[in-house]
Design a protein around this ligand. Structure first.
Ligand code: C5P
Length: 209
């Protein structure tokens, strides 16, 4: 039997990450946060002092990426996310990373991949596709609360502006823009707890297995 693939897409800070980890733990599946692959390429370029707008250089870095070495604690930094969304518009970078993501998706007994284009491009045949959203205000609020409760300083209006700018870049690009697959289940978490979202996801997954 092939790997059972669960594709989870949506904009930044919608709750995909938490939901994906809960699902992977529940079913004993492997999990790949594909945003980390774009972030790792961006960080490698920044560290090496290389430009973020040279497609051939970025492609070479993407081809050399080791999925086993992704460290979310380092890659979570805000400026790396910004840089990631810039290199993510390049088709050659996407081709290289999608290839690595597809290899990962074949792991047994199953996998959870989360990102922007999993259901549309990376794993279009996945038996379960979720599109997780929340309003920009709610997503900015969650990000703000996360930073402040961690002891950091943040200005809500700046975070709100960042969320909207990132949405525009992710939805507006020509290659693999952020959008729900035709057969994706929409999960709007604006007024839903993570527990409720997890229950809804479990019902969809159990019905498909
Ligand atoms: O989800 P995360 O914020 O870590 O993603 C960082 C950036 O990587 C996103 O803003 C997006 O531009 C890009 N990305 C993508 N396709 C994916 C995952 C992330 O283009 N599957």
């Amino acid at each position: 039997t092939p790997s059972f693939i669960i594709a989870i897409d949506g904009p930044a800070a919608a709750g995909k990450g938490t939901l994906s980890r809960l699902i992977a733990a529940e079913y004993g599946f492997h999990h790949l946060d594909t945003g980390l692959t774009y972030r790792a390429v961006a960080k490698a370029l920044l560290d090496a002092g290389l430009p973020l707008d040279d497609e051939a250089v970025a492609e070479k870095t993407a081809l050399e990426l080791d999925l086993a070495g992704l460290d979310r604690s380092v890659l979570a930094q805000h400026h790396i996310g910004e840089a990631a969304s810039k290199i993510a518009v390049m088709p050659a970078v996407r081709r290289a990373l999608v290839e690595a993501q597809r290899r990962f998706s074949a792991k047994l007994p199953g996998t959870v991949l989360d990102g922007r284009d999993i259901g549309t491009v990376v794993c279009p045949a996945a038996p379960v596709k979720l599109f997780v959203t929340a309003s920009p205000e709610v997503r900015a609020r969650r990000r703000y609360d996360e930073i402040v409760s961690g002891g950091g300083k943040a200005v809500f209006d700046e975070i709100f502006a960042d969320v909207k700018k990132r949405d525009e870049r992710d939805m507006g690009r020509a290659d693999s823009p952020l959008k729900p697959a035709d057969d994706a289940h929409l999960l709007d978490t604006s007024e839903m707890s993570i527990e409720a979202a997890f229950r809804a996801a479990r019902e969809l997954i159990d019905a498909a297995r």
